[in-house]
Design a protein around this ligand. Structure first.
Ligand SMILES: [Zn+2]
Length: 145
């Protein structure tokens, strides 16, 4: 018997329940029919993030960033590559801190980029910045399903 997981759609935020074994079969959203995994980080605002945080059984790897932040731009390709490689074991999310100040306050983010892992609706790990891609990969893989 395989485990069923709740996967939140990156397009419509619909909650899909599917067997863990089907995660890698390019599953589609039951509500909007879009692909549940696109291999790309999903940009979310506070309201949408709340749904993913509350409903997703997958670990959420979140990059808090801003357009003016040079180091954020520098890690963006590494973050995107990790999404391509590690989906569907985790959901990769980007949150613009300028547009979502309440979230930065809630998670006490003092500097960006700030990388977080959320599991079961709570912070599992946080890290300021990103030293190199290899370190980031290993860090993320610890949280893969
Ligand atoms: Zn959908």
């Amino acid at each position: 018997m395989s485990n069923a997981l709740h996967v939140v759609c990156p397009h419509c935020d619909g909650v899909n329940r599917l067997p863990e074994a089907r995660l890698a079969d390019a599953p589609k959203c039951g509500r909007c029919k879009g692909p549940l995994f696109t291999g790309e980080p999903v940009a979310l605002d506070a309201a949408r993030f709340e749904k993913h945080l509350g409903k997703s059984d997958l670990p959420l790897i979140v990059d808090f960033w801003a357009a003016w932040c040079g180091p954020c731009r520098a890690i963006a390709p590494v973050f995107a590559a990790a999404a391509r490689e590690l989906e569907p074991r985790a959901r990769f999310i980007k949150i613009d801190v300028d547009a979502n100040p309440a979230l930065s306050a809630r998670f006490n983010i003092q500097s960006i980029p700030a990388l977080f892992v959320f599991k079961a609706g709570a912070v599992a790990e946080r890290q300021a910045g990103l030293s190199d891609p290899g370190v980031f990969r290993r860090w993320v893989e610890r949280f893969g399903a």
